[in-house]
Design a protein around this ligand. Structure first.
Ligand code: F6R
Length: 253
């Protein structure tokens, strides 16, 4: 079941999402957190760091797994997802860095690295909460539109639109990696709770398509319609198409 929570701003959406993550950790201090990078979760990470600083939340017994990493970028590259996680969350909270996990972008054999990550995910068990953003083309993780829903972590090739969307973070478009290792849709779906974050007008059409359109691997996020427990935290702009097409009752205020 998908519950869509309306917020006026991305900061408000981030706060509501952080409260949901905190509830998971309160109930289970050893929670397995599935984490995402990108601009969407930043306000939520800011709120989580604030809760930690105020002594309201501890991550010391949590374990984390991230969705994805670019192939070719080492953790000290400032656009790698490992760097992003340290910068935006891990360095600001008390999580044990040894308990944080991402696929390695510099493993000599990316396919073997996927196998290592798949075995790790199996050992750790289902995520207690999985954070997601959504790409303009409906991708979750780096599961791009295709004719199938990948089950496990795979080496994936980024679509032209994703490379273009991510170019804003690099000196030029040619510096954007064209492949990544991404957790599979099957591994995302087994999470006990999924939190999807979306901000801004640019996400309004795809959010409607994903949550109200046909369930198809052409829109990978549409599979969330079949998940048991999905919470969407989005700002007014990202919800504009949903509210216009499906009315006020489509969202929870
Ligand atoms: C990031 C990830 C991607 C992003 C998506 C949205 O780990 O897996 O699916 O969530 O590309 O990115 P933003 O939030 O930057 O719009």
């Amino acid at each position: 079941m998908v519950k869509i929570y309306y917020s006026k701003t991305k900061e408000e959406a981030g706060l509501k999402a952080a409260k949901s993550v905190a509830a998971t950790i309160d109930a289970k201090p050893t929670a397995l957190l599935g984490l995402a990078t990108g601009s969407s979760p930043i306000p939520m990470y800011t709120e989580l760091a604030k809760m930690y600083n105020e002594g309201k939340l501890s991550f010391k017994d949590c374990v984390s797994v991230n969705l994805d990493e670019y192939v070719g970028l080492s953790p000290d590259h400032d656009q790698s997802y490992a760097y992003f996680m340290n910068d935006n969350l891990f360095s600001k909270i008390d999580i044990d860095i040894a308990k944080t996990n991402l696929p390695s972008g510099i493993a000599p054999d990316p396919v073997a690295e996927c196998e290592r990550y798949n075995a790790l995910l199996n050992t750790l068990g289902p995520q207690d909460v999985q954070i997601l953003g959504i790409g303009h083309n409906g991708h979750i993780g780096f599961n791009e539109p295709s004719d199938r829903f990948p089950q496990k972590t795979e080496l994936v090739y980024l679509t032209e639109s994703t490379v273009k969307a991510n170019a804003r973070f690099f000196a030029s478009e040619k510096d954007v990696p064209t492949s990544a290792l991404s957790m599979g849709i099957g591994q995302i779906l087994r999470a006990k709770k999924i939190i999807l974050l979306a901000n801004g007008e640019a996400k309004a059409e795809i959010l409607d398509k994903a949550l109200f359109g046909d369930v198809t691997p052409r829109v990978p996020a549409s599979i969330l319609q079949f998940a048991d427990c999905v919470e969407v935290y989005a700002d007014e702009e990202a919800l504009s198409v949903i509210i216009a097409k499906h009315g006020e009752n489509a969202v929870i205020r």
